[in-house]
Design a protein around this ligand. Structure first.
Ligand SMILES: *Cc1c(COP(=O)(O)O)cnc(C)c1O
Length: 391
């Protein structure tokens, strides 16, 4: 008899969307309210104020009813004009998509490439800025955590070279898979526009995205000439003053966000970051024990939200993922772009505890064996030893 149901809970271990905690699901599961009524305004004000701490900013954070891609577009169209040069760091698939969007918006992206095995090339950014005496570069765009490779760029260092070059370019950072998982400081790191999304570290379903902005970004928006309407910051900031939105917001997702922010505050952001660092280290120990390669080749750039693992030549990462889904009811991330079928990605971000990690790594190790991918046993044990030894 063919089986159409797998018992037990599905393990959603792709690096976003992540597992949505029950508390967030319960919060979303409430009657939709009038988004122009007083109850909504009270929640809106509280939520918009509480969100700032997650971005480590004292400035405004705007919320769009859109996936992260929408917030990319908002960042570019609110601050730039047609033909503007933007320096973009091609760290992987998501950075490439952002660059393609910039081209479609008639910007002029200048690329700094990598081999997709490390974060943004900070010395190359520095050189490009020092070279640009005429200040043609209007923005530097960096993906903080490149979800296709599991490499995290050093935004503090990018900020330092922009300062050192005394260059007026805006700094824009995509934190879609790092916010609320990896330490990120909008104000301290001099970021002008932070882009974020709901379905990764924030533990929500997909459907919300964010722009946190600096004073300088706001000033730039006053003279920016790219057409913008839906994404325009001005009506958003105006309505947000009283807790409302210029158009119908994702009301029930906002209920969920309110709860998720509460949960992050209860755990404490430093503890949230430490938990992700610890799970990432345990995962890498398992991968090394298996004798497989970690896609990120630069330990300073290891991601704490996901680990991309290379399969040995002649083996298929997608076949392995299909086996793991079929046998163990677990979804892992696929290889994107040039990494298609070469890597699988283990998401260890969001609402995630030690036992879920051990279960996840157990599923990978069993999958490697069943799919016939050469490896050494004992990866799960290495992770258990690390977790139990660093309680
Ligand atoms: C997921 C992701 C995106 C894309 O966001 P969508 O919500 O799919 O539009 C962009 N950048 C990074 C770094 C991501 O992880």
């Amino acid at each position: 008899m063919t089986q159409t149901r797998a018992a037990g809970r599905h393990f959603l271990q792709i690096p976003g969307p992540t597992n949505v905690p029950d508390r967030v699901l319960r919060a979303i599961d409430n009657p939709t309210i009038d988004h122009r009524g007083p109850e909504f305004g009270r929640m809106g004000l509280e939520l918009l104020a509480n969100l700032k701490a997650i971005f480590q900013t004292s400035g405004p954070v705007m919320i769009y009813p859109a996936s992260g891609t929408g917030a990319w577009e908002a960042a570019l169209t609110n601050t730039l004009s047609p033909g503007d040069t933007v320096l973009m760091c091609q760290t992987g698939w998501f950075a490439t998509l952002w660059k393609e969007m910039a081209e479609r918006l008639q910007l002029n992206p200048v690329l700094i490439a990598t081999d997709w095995r490390r974060g943004a090339d900070v010395p190359a950014i520095s050189a490009a800025l020092l070279d640009d005496k005429a200040h043609r570069i209007k923005a530097v765009c960096v993906v903080h955590n490149e979800t296709s490779t599991g490499c995290t760029s050093r935004i503090d260092e990018v900020h330092a070279v922009i300062e050192a070059a005394k260059h007026p370019a805006l700094l824009m950072v995509d934190t879609i898979s790092s916010l609320a998982s990896i330490d990120y400081r909008h104000d301290e790191w001099g970021v002008d526009v932070t882009v974020a999304g709901s379905q990764k570290g924030l533990m929500l379903p997909p459907g919300l995205s964010f722009n946190a902005i600096s004073e300088r970004a706001l000033t730039a928006s006053k003279t920016a000439k790219l057409p913008r309407s839906y994404w325009d910051w001005r009506p958003m900031l105006e309505a947000n003053k009283t807790g409302y939105f210029p158009y119908t917001p994702g009301t029930n997702l906002l209920f969920g966000l309110h709860e998720a922010v509460k949960m992050l505050r209860e755990e404490g952001l430093p503890n949230v970051f430490a938990r992700h660092d610890r799970h990432a280290e345990a995962t890498r120990r398992a991968v090394r024990t298996w004798g497989l390669d970690i896609q990120c080749a630069e330990p300073r750039h290891y991601s704490s939200s996901l680990t991309a693992v290379r399969v040995p030549d002649g083996h298929s990462a997608d076949a392995l993922r299909a086996t793991i889904l079929e046998k163990y009811n677990m979804s892992l991330g696929n290889g994107l772009g040039i990494l298609k079928d070469r890597v699988f990605r283990i998401g260890h971000l969001g609402d995630f505890g030690d036992l879920q990690l051990v279960g996840t790594l157990g599923g990978v190790e069993m999958g490697l064996r069943v799919a016939g991918v050469p490896h050494n046993a004992g990866g799960v044990q290495a992770a258990v030893d690390y977790l139990a030894g660093n309680a």
